[in-house]
Ligand binder design. Structure first.
Ligand code: DC
Length: 225
């Protein structure tokens, strides 16, 4: 069985930057599980499925197929041959993704895709339920947090740099806290710190410091640096 590093935490805590960097350093494929929930949401919206109707979302989820392909140190996703790109990073998708991710049938499908990816090699997987539900047996589990202000500022900068939105810090923070509330209180696999996961608060740490903390906490034989 290939190895899995699991990283959970709320939006903007730094999961993507940290897992991409650690993955590159150790040769583990980076897996963005949130992108799969975003793809489900994108497909719902394209097909005019009411995201506030869990039964409709559950039925539709069974029809969505995502092709997962290892590429340049990460797993890339395609739907009917098309790569979603920034179409899944818009404020509209942000808003609809949390309700879509509450639906059990959606979660079951995404969880099966994620578990299937171990066939491609060692993985570093980031998300909300990776340490608690998808790969709870991993000996390398992390819970990354940061203050709401720091998280909102990181997300806002990212959106502006990518040219996908230009919201105020306050707007970004509001949308982020609304998603946190749904993600932490939902019935199926809510976001929480798993027993045995190492919590890292990145508010006042540099990316390098967080990366170093993760690497030092890995089983010794997993470290190559
Ligand atoms: O990390 P992100 O913002 O791209 O995640 C998008 C949505 O998917 C967000 O509402 C949380 C949800 N999600 C989840 O429920 N479980 C995961 N493992 C990853 C993301």
């Amino acid at each position: 069985m290939n190895r899995v590093i699991a990283i959970d935490g709320p939006s903007g805590a730094g999961k993507s930057s940290v897992s991409k960097r650690v993955g590159t350093m150790l040769g583990f494929l980076h897996v963005d599980s949130g992108a799969l929930y975003r793809i489900m949401t994108w497909q719902c919206l394209l097909n005019r499925i009411d995201t506030a109707n869990p039964a409709a979302v559950a039925a539709f989820a069974q029809t969505v197929n995502v092709e997962c392909v290892p590429r340049n140190g990460a797993i890339a996703y395609f739907v009917k041959g098309q790569e979603p790109g920034d179409a899944i990073r818009t404020p509209e998708i942000n808003k609809h993704a949390s309700p879509v991710a509450t639906v059990k049938e959606v979660r079951d499908r995404v969880t099966a895709w994620l578990r299937g990816m171990t066939r491609f090699g060692d993985l570093i997987v980031e998300g909300r339920d990776i340490t608690t539900a998808v790969f709870p047996e991993s000996p390398a589990r992390f819970y990354l947090v940061a203050s709401a202000e720091a998280r909102a500022e990181r997300r806002r900068k990212e959106e502006v740099e990518k040219g996908i939105a230009n919201q105020s810090a306050e707007e970004v923070k509001r949308s982020l806290l609304a998603r946190d509330a749904i993600d932490t209180t939902r019935k199926h696999a809510p976001l929480r710190k798993a027993d045995g996961a190492l919590e890292i608060d990145s508010t006042d740490l540099t990316l390098d410091e967080v990366v170093q903390t993760v690497i030092e906490a890995l089983p010794a034989e997993w470290r190559r640096t």
